[in-house]
Design a protein around this ligand. Sequence first.
Ligand code: FAD
Length: 290
Amino acid sequence: ALNQNLAELAGRVEVSFEFFPPGTPEMENTLWQSIDRLSVLKPKFVSVTYGANSGERDRTHSVIKGIKEKTGLIAVPHLTCIDATRDELKTIAKDYWDNGIRHIVALRGDLPDNSRKPDMYAADLVSLLKSVADFDISVAAYPEVHPEARSAQADLINLKKKIDAGADRAITQFFFDVSTYLRFRDRCAAAGIDVEIVPGILPVSNFKQLQRFAGMTNVRIPGWLGNMFEGLDDDPESRKLVGASVAMEMVKILSREGVKNFHFYTLNRAELTYAICHTLGVRPAVACVA
Ligand code: FAD
């Protein structure tokens, strides 16, 4: 029965992987090794983040181009609208379309400071992209509510706006409390949001870094997670094993709850993500020998 369950799962679950443009030649090596290792899992797409600093778009684009050329996978750039004019965004979108990019992760981006109201939100970017071409569009969703949202309900209405503007799926901020995601998915369905709410999974191997990250994002770190990593500050090998086991447990529950698409924040590392995918039945195709 166990094998049967695994066989049922294999081929049903689809995954996507997120990377960021590397800052040094050493990080560049790690990135391409990771892409190489993960590409055999035939992800639905791989995405590359986009930062607000100038020059970042070029770095995003060059990684996207490299992924397309080296792996043939669907390479998906993230695009933010916080630091660009509408005309600039239209030019970027046309350029992507002309270069065969059909899928974009459309985001607002973080405000440099909270003093001014943004000219555009992600929903406006979705409309702008759709006005340029019929892109496949993913947007961000926040099971634990975006830090700037007036309320959870306002944030949900904003997500609905992004979907109504033409987005095809939402990818969530990472989370550790599976029930928070499941409740959020229910609330989306009740609000008439009928696209896939793809859970964003962050395999944790550096708990201290996670604490810094989470503080900026409103993501709650449950006490049990802190306990799991306690005493392992100087033991990176054990931290990896613990991090993998936490994420494996999460995806197991999520897949039992009917989740079929998972997005992994790889942090440009392959090891944990590869192993977690393996337990989901996502594996390299093996040639059949008669
Ligand atoms: P929006 O959907 O526009 O929402 C932003 C906030 O404004 C929310 O609180 C919303 O409720 C509120 N809001 C929306 N419309 C209005 C309105 N009309 N009036 C008042 N309030 C409103 N950042 C990067 O810089 N680069 C990346 O590559 C990147 N990738 C990401 C990928 C994923 C999957 C996720 C989840 C996040 C990513 N981010 C990235 C972070 C993201 O840019 C920030 O979280 C940002 O603060 C919000 O972006 P958004 O697209 O969710 O914005």
